[in-house]
Design a protein. Structure first.
Ligand code: ZN
Length: 218
């Protein structure tokens, strides 16, 4: 039977690594990107460019209601990007975002006859996002199955990896340079190694340095 998957795809390091992972695992892969009024429209362009280059069917879904519900630093210029202080969530947090993304990805998957849904959420670099936890993803998987009377399998290949291990996975997939050069993680909208100063760049470059250091040691 044709194994078909929908990848939740932002054009960033994590979801691009997941896209390549999915392309190895499944016969047919589709990508879905959510437009929720990101500060940098470049994120959508970047996602589109990668899908085009890889020959992946790409869907962009309008999720502007998310910004209406929960204004946050990713969509509003007047909210500063800050790390979470003790016990607080960072200002980039959007309440329920991942739950909504996965739910809509599920609806698309069913419409497209795909059973598999792939998401790059990760509990290891847990910033306190409750809907990125493994227990939540498993719970939603059951709920999706019940809601649509279907047997979805939600895959989270990065769930237990740290950032260095995510680089390692990209490398194992033969896509290290591609992910390094063509993905957009930076909050300031700079593709590849980014601005180097924002929290997303710091996390990404720390992981990269750790991976390259561990590789040198082996
Ligand atoms: Zn940056």
């Amino acid at each position: 039977m044709n194994k078909k998957a929908v990848v939740v795809f932002s054009g960033g390091q994590d979801s691009t690594t997941c896209l390549f992972w999915a392309m190895k695992q499944f016969d047919e892969v589709l990508a879905v990107t959510f437009d929720y009024g990101q500060r940098h429209r470049l994120e959508l362009d970047c996602a589109s460019a990668i899908c085009k280059e890889q020959g992946i069917e790409h869907h962009i879904l309008d999720m502007s209601l998310l910004n209406q519900l929960a204004p946050n630093a990713l969509t509003r210029d007047d909210i500063e990007i800050t790390d979470g202080e003790e016990g607080q969530l960072p200002s980039t947090f959007v309440e329920g975002r991942n739950m909504l993304f996965l739910t809509f990805a599920g609806v698309l998957a069913k419409v497209k006859g795909a059973k598999h849904i792939v998401t790059g959420v990760c509990e290891t670099d847990f910033s306190g996002y409750p809907d990125c936890r493994d227990v939540f993803v498993k719970s939603l998987n059951v709920t999706l199955n019940l809601s649509m009377d279907y047997e979805f399998v939600v895959h989270t290949p990065l769930m237990w990896l740290d950032k260095a291990q995510t680089w390692e996975l990209a490398d194992q997939l033969g896509k290290f340079d591609y992910v390094r050069e063509k993905t957009l993680t930076c909050y300031n909208g700079i593709i590849g190694d980014g601005c180097g100063a924002c929290p997303a760049c710091e996390l990404r470059s720390r992981g990269l340095e750790n991976y390259l250091a561990s590789k040198g040691e082996n």
